[in-house]
Design a protein around this ligand. Sequence first.
Ligand code: M6R
Length: 610
Amino acid sequence: MCGIVGATAHNEVVNLIVDGLRTLEYRGYDSSGIAAQNTTETLIRKEAGNLSALQNSLTKNPLSGTCAIGHTRWATHGKPNRENAHPHISGNAVAVVHNGVIENSNELRQFLINRGYVFTSETDSETIPHMVDLYLNSGVGFFDACRKAIGHLEGSYAIAITFNSEPGKIIAARKGSPLIIAQGEKGYMVASDPIALREKNQIVYYLEDGDIAEVTAETCDFYDSEGKHVSRIGTRLANSKCTTSKNKFASFMQKEIFEQPDSVRATLSGRLVNSRTSNRLFDKGSCTILDKVDNIHIVACGTSLNAGQVAKYWLESIAKIPCQVEIASEYRYRDPVVPPNTLFLSISQSGETADTLAALRFANESPYLGTLGICNTDNSSLYRESEAVILTKAGIEVGVASTKALTTQLTALALLVLKFGELRNSSHVVLDSFADALSHLPEMLEDALKTEEQIKEIAQRISQHKSVLFLGRGHHYPVAIEGALKLKEISYIHAEAYAAGELKHGPLALVDRNMPVVVLCPKNDLLEKLSSNIEEVKARHGQVYLLADHKIDGQSNHEIKDVVEFECGDNLISPITFNVPLQLLAYHTAEYLGKNIDQPRNLAKSVTVE
Ligand code: M6R
């Protein structure tokens, strides 16, 4: 989703901004731009398309300046074209980059048009520089003009603003969208994601909701939503071991699929001791939050939601805790009933997903026993606003399609279930085998990765179809949903997942000799039932592809197109390992189709707007 990078320093900053924007590309964008101040004016370059279009424009018409703001835009209001790209400017003097959505932009636009302002874009964001300009014209200074203009904004925003008459100053503000400020050796930077700053700056300040900061090359002053001068504590940005380079891999997604054994190892590390959870399970808060829990509400979006669905099966079968899983964008707009002693559990890789955060904020005001987050991003909004957090240790995930974030979320959830099982005196035999399976999970994932060559062949065949069905039963049903999500997300092939028993209630009508049906077929108590469902597909000549952890007997007729056999581990953890061949299937199908795997069309890595 949109990205912001700004800098004010004693030296040239335009290249620094371009480098920062490059690191934010993975979040998804469709246009980009930079505004740089030289001594007399603010100059803007912006282009539709990817960053190389902006770089070409900068080569033809170079920009220079010691204070500049840059942006990668992911269209919400208005088409992804040059006019709508940021920065937006008012009166050739006030330049603004904005992430988020201004919900009252129609009223503000009309208000400004009535006062003679001319809009050159279709965006909600263009209202901001004009509002600042309006206050400047009324005689107030730059900071106060920004503060008063921001006071009119409804919705979510992270903003950086510059003004010709106060060169070298950036006003930065946030509400609902992330923004940080970093102190470097030669000045300050403003960014929507610390990744844009890595190795260039040392101390990072996380703006709180409602904060406004006044930043120059030498100073940074913070004001809260009341306009009171406040101090914000800086933290030293740890150098990430996980670089944003692809190494030998063709794409970040492929690299991240292969990183899963290590990411899961890191997520388990120090948290499982002698087959029981250690006191290092939580990164914020403590497990005392779990003592009185009688119910759990899990709320998340996309892949994180699918992780939550798997956890529901585990929580109810192992720890016997009733659990409800809900899409965050639905949950936030209904009136959920909160039974006594209910824990709110949100799951998010980025910790900045707008719908999940809104649900968390609602939960913080509701009679929940507590709010627990499972998150991959230290210091994200979800981390800061949850009472307790278990961090997944996936490292930076660049590919828009979630892979290692999912398997580490499932690992963290499995540890949480184990902890609940311990607290509720669940069967020792079950807990022992769950813990034992978890401790071997990294090796199991390594084995699952060996399916790649076989999966590649299947992917070639799948790539020739327009639609694919995925089937699973029990705790493999959410995994089938995740397999379908992955395929449609990066290959653009239509894919749906069904609980296999549901097939005959409608979707079976779709099955004919042209329909590939991918079936998750682990050897467990449901195998017999699943075999009947497979027969239903075969009887309609559907093309069956089986992912299985056992020899498939008596399935040799020609409707079975392929069987991928792999060691998926104990039934309890196989919903984790089964993701690997499904990720590889989506990946190689998209590769055959020549798609942009790391940045699929229309999608963003972190969905910070509703
Ligand atoms: O950062 P989050 O985990 O909150 O993101 C939620 C979804 O946007 C995300 O999982 C999305 O579905 C992935 N692109 C799927 O691969």
